[in-house]
Write a protein that binds this ligand. Structure first.
Ligand SMILES: N[C@@H](CCC(=O)N[C@@H](CS)C(=O)NCC(=O)O)C(=O)O
Length: 227
């Protein structure tokens, strides 16, 4: 009997966020945990990420990647969708509900994440520019607009479209990047939604796994990290 292939994902050897769970391997771990799928993690340094061996997996020299037998994937959205397609807990069986869950996943990545990433760029890469302070309110207001719209759509529902799905997993993952900005707190409906996502046991396991790696004392040689 053939053994099922245990997928391997890649993650930062040391995440720049020190274990806050904001690196994109966390969303992949979360999906794997929701699916009850065992997995392995190979840790990659910034230098190794840019070398040919890793670029063969990820053309842009980034993490996460996903290897399962001969299949190699990059882009957290594609990886999470691949996992979800095999597990009904993440993607409903009903064709229309499935299409709507995927729509929310795209909305998270294409409509909500870009203005959030813009804020991070503004803070990290443009913080010392003379025009940064002037631009910041515009950057934040673009996020507020989306949060307001999302909050209206969510209303008093627990999740975006009926039961929890991969759409919620991706949306919560993306919104979590806003925590430090305080913007989430301006939208209690959204803050509660994010808290519901974080409260899921699968998220807790994913978060704990990345935290343990990112706060470990000893150095683990790249390639030997396991979770
Ligand atoms: N759109 C990609 C973005 C991947 C990405 O930005 N990865 C970050 C970690 S979360 C990274 O590898 N940064 C290091 C670099 O770009 O050099 C995805 O969703 O997977």
């Amino acid at each position: 009997m053939t053994q099922p292939t245990i997928p391997t994902i890649t993650a930062f050897e040391r995440s720049p966020d020190g274990g806050k769970g904001l690196a994109r391997d966390t969303r992949v771990r979360w999906a794997l945990e929701e699916a009850g799928q065992a997995y392995e993690v190979r840790l990659v340094s910034f230098a190794a990420m840019k070398q040919a061996a890793h670029r063969a997996l990820h053309p842009f020299g980034q993490v996460p990647t996903y290897e399962e037998g001969d299949l190699v994937l990059f882009e957290s959205g594609a990886i999470v969708l691949h996992i979800a397609q095999q597990h009904e807990v993440l993607l409903p069986h009903d064709a229309d509900a499935r299409a709507r869950a995927i729509t929310w996943m795209f909305a998270a990545l294409n409509t909500i994440e870009p203005p959030i990433l813009d804020l991070q760029t503004a803070k990290i890469l443009e913080g010392d520019k003379p025009w940064c302070e002037q631009r910041m309110p515009l950057v934040k207001d673009r996020i507020r607009q989306r949060l307001g719209e999302l909050s209206t759509r969510l209303g008093d529902a627990d999740w975006l479209d009926g039961a929890f799905s991969v759409g919620d997993l991706m949306m919560v993952s993306v919104l979590l990047r806003l925590r430090a900005s305080g913007l989430l707190d301006e939208y209690p409906t959204i803050a509660a939604y994010v808290a519901r996502g974080e409260g899921r046991p699968a998220y807790q396991r994913a978060f704990a796994a990345q935290l343990a790696l990112n706060t470990r004392k000893e150095s683990v040689p790249a390639g030997n990290g396991r979770a």
